[in-house]
Design a protein around this ligand. Structure first.
Ligand code: MN
Length: 233
């Protein structure tokens, strides 16, 4: 039996529609899991039932996390949120933590996990943390954009067996204050946290980069998906 991974849907506000990037599904599949996209729901009973079918949860990329959730006012014109996703993912993450289900966060997923556990975000990195590091690269998105340093002794260091790697980067927000309980596993040249985990959990990891774009060409991206799916076996 292959592990089933519940995947959070992406939101298209123009079409008022949910959608999925194939890379999230393919990344899970090539690692030996079965991806299952959730409907847009914050109904507690429906989510309980759905999560009963799943062995792990993938928090995908997408809209900005609502700054209200970390006690800030949105910077005008720079922040685009999806409150419906915030409320759904709050319920899903709470249930996943209660059940100690493996969770992987990607991009917004990393930011959401940090906010959920009480951390805060840069609402707009170019405005609030300007540097030479290119966090918002142009297409193609599987191209390495900046280096990250991997923290020695971290689970990511054990997974990849290396002190640094190049990652793609397509985000304009990032972790400002790290939430209590989370630890940084990798950071960018400007100091921004690029991978975090929660020690003591079965598997609660998040990366700021996009393995769903790079897994085809990048062994390090495949290794992250593989460790995630293997944690469910
Ligand atoms: Mn980055």
């Amino acid at each position: 039996m292959k592990p089933i991974v519940g995947v959070m849907p992406l939101w298209d506000e123009y079409k008022d529609s949910i959608w999925m990037l194939p890379g999230y599904f393919d990344g899970i599949s090539q690692a030996g899991g079965i991806p299952l996209m959730f409907p847009f729901s914050d109904d507690e009973q429906e989510l309980d039932q759905l999560m009963g079918l799943c062995d792990g949860i993938l928090l995908t990329g997408g809209h900005d996390v609502s700054p209200e959730l970390y006690g800030e006012t949105p910077m005008e014109g720079l922040v685009v949120t999806c409150p419906k996703r915030d409320s759904m993912e709050s319920a899903v993450l709470r249930k996943a933590v209660e059940r100690d289900m493996p969770v992987l966060g990607i991009c917004r997923g990393l930011q959401f996990i940090n906010v959920f556990f009480g951390g805060s975000l840069y609402q707009d990195i170019p405005t609030q943390l300007p540097s030479e590091t290119e966090h918002h690269q142009a297409a193609p998105y599987d191209r390495p954009s900046h280096e990250v340093t991997v923290v020695e002794g971290s689970p990511l260091h054990r997974c990849l067996g290396r002190d640094s790697l190049y990652v793609n980067s397509c985000h304009h927000q990032g972790i400002k204050e790290l939430a209590p309980g989370l630890e940084t596993m990798a950071f960018a040249p400007d100091g921004l946290a690029e991978a975090v985990c929660m020690p003591g959990k079965r598997f609660l990891w998040a990366v700021q980069w996009h393995p769903e774009f790079s897994y085809r060409t990048d062994e390090n991206s495949r290794a992250v998906f593989r460790d995630f799916v293997d944690s469910m076996l």
